[in-house]
Design a protein around this ligand. Structure first.
Ligand code: GBH
Length: 494
């Protein structure tokens, strides 16, 4: 064989190699899991049926409907309390490996306290769901707390602002593990504490609507959440893990922060933004304490403001030991990206979490919008976020526990959503193959159009549409449902 032919063959060979690599890179790893998510308050309805206690969102929507965009509430919502069989049939249709849903604490414990008695009808409801999932070969990923605190706890003892909630939550978690744990593969304690502490106790835009003690309560909330998480993890670890063989962790807000320019200052601002957001919870759980930048900045500002102690509470050494390493994976909710720009520290005056952070945030004009002002379509953000977590937090196992796109109205031919998923998954695969991030699964938010918190029913995230004036709450598949179904089935993007 002459030299030229050999070169030609080699080139061809290399080309084929590169090509098959590209093709394989479209394929999800063999043990990668696909799921879809909901949350109790957003879908269940039946807000006062069969002994369920009131939760802070029932109370908030009933008393402050002006804070909800369309003045709506989730009294009926998707009526999933009565239609769970239909919902599970949809999961079966999609072919997902797991279903992520949350337990309504006051449906199980009307006052929040185990000692006040268990509501058997509530237990039955979740038993039915878990049994049906099991019969259909769908794994359960269960969130203990997706924002619907028993109203009684809020009124009687101050909810997340009172340290004694740690023990109250631990008892609820223990009960849930005991009753449901045999059928639960993944537990998560809290969904996005960054959001509910900030919106519930600093801005007041979410239940319980407090905004009277800015820069203080928000951190107390976070502190008690971290201790409650650790207590629940410890109980699972000591009493249930061996027998039930599940995994347990927490779900964190992960909005990617891109520096405005490639200057040291903007990099520092973007990094600080991530530390005040993701690091606030990830740092204690993975490394044992709050990010140093939070400790320093909140400490310094507190002193200047005349506080005797930092507004950011301190963990004792014992607490640091208890909180460190309380994760079997990290749950990552990723939707979007913000641009972050350095700015001079806000002058000392009224304390606030915003002032503690002191960065400027904006969206790029070129980013496509969705039905939610905060949700811009920035597909590469999911890859950069995962890479950042790998680098900063010892390469943890990651499960994307939420990712999704909203339409402003009922759209069945939801082309934008399909493109959204296609693009985000493309970058997720790059994180898996090119950056070697340990991503074990992916979860679509959400199964159904549902009650989108302060946006009411005006933002629609579902793969299945619901017309909320239809008393039957009929579920109608969107094009994106077929799209996701194909991905789950073929385990590949193209
Ligand atoms: C998730 O939070 C939640 O876990 C889930 O329940 C929710 O349905 C889903 O996202 C979609 O939003 O009112 O303009 O100030 C994601 C983070 C935090 C994004 C609150 C919207 C309110 C923006 N969300 N934020 S605004």
């Amino acid at each position: 064989m002459c030299f030229a032919t050999a070169v030609l063959i080699m080139t061809l060979f290399n080309f084929i190699l590169a090509f098959t690599h590209k093709v394989n890179a479209q394929e999800f790893p063999p043990d990668f899991k696909f799921g879809i998510a909901t949350a109790s308050y957003q879908i269940e309805g039946a807000w006062n049926e069969d002994g369920k206690g009131e939760n802070i969102w029932d109370h908030f929507t009933h008393t402050s409907s002006d804070k909800i965009f369309d003045h709506s509430n989730a009294d009926v919502a998707c009526d999933s309390y009565h239609k769970y069989e239909t919902d599970i049939a949809l999961l079966k249709e999609l072919g997902v490996d797991f279903y992520r849903f949350s337990l309504s604490w006051p449906r199980i414990l009307p006052t929040g306290y185990v000692d006040d008695g268990v509501n058997q009808a509530g237990v039955e409801y979740y038993n039915n769901i878990l049994n049906l999932l099991d019969q259909n070969g769908i794994e359960a990923m269960v969130t203990l707390y997706h924002w619907d605190l028993p109203q009684h706890l809020h009124e009687r003892m101050g909810g997340w602002l009172n340290e004694t909630i740690v023990d109250i939550f631990a008892k609820y978690a223990d009960l849930a593990f005991h009753i449901f744990g045999e059928r639960v593969k993944y537990w998560t304690t809290f969904n996005e504490p960054y959001i509910f502490c900030q919106y519930g106790y600093e801005n007041g835009t979410y239940a319980p609507g407090l905004a009277s003690n800015r820069g203080v309560d928000v951190y107390v909330c976070g502190h008690n959440i971290l201790k409650s998480h650790a207590a629940a993890y410890d109980i699972y670890d000591k009493t249930y893990r061996k027998k039930q063989k599940g995994k347990i962790s927490i779900v964190l807000t992960a909005i990617w922060a891109k520096p405005s320019t490639y200057t040291r200052k903007d990099f520092e601002a973007a990094e600080r933004n991530l530390q005040f957001q993701f690091g606030w919870f990830a740092h204690p759980i993975i490394k044992g304490n709050y990010p140093q930048v939070m400790i320093n900045r909140i400490g310094e500002r507190s002193t200047k403001e005349g506080f005797k102690k930092s507004r950011l509470p301190k963990f004792t050494n014992e607490e640091v030991r208890q909180i460190k390493d309380t994760y079997d994976f990290i749950g990552v909710n990723h939707y979007t990206t913000t641009m972050v720009k350095w700015m001079d520290d806000v002058q000392i005056g009224e304390p606030s979490a915003f002032n503690d952070l002191s960065v400027e945030e904006y969206y790029k004009d070129s980013w496509k919008s969705s039905g939610s002002a905060w949700l811009k379509v920035v597909p590469y953000g999911i890859r950069d976020m995962c890479k950042w977590i790998k680098k900063n937090y010892n390469n943890p196992s990651i499960i994307i526990t939420e990712n999704g796109y909203s339409d402003p109205k009922l759209i069945l031919h939801d082309f934008n959503r399909t493109i959204f998923y296609k693009e985000y998954l493309k970058y997720l695969l790059q994180a898996v193959y090119d950056d070697r991030v340990d991503i074990q699964g992916y979860t679509v938010w959400s199964l159904l159009d549902n009650f989108e918190w302060n946006q009411g029913y005006s933002a629609k995230f579902g793969l299945y549409a619901i017309n909320f004036t239809d008393p039957n709450r009929t579920r109608i598949p969107k094009d994106s449902a077929n799209f996701y179904k194909a991905i789950v089935k073929t385990r590949r993007l193209k």
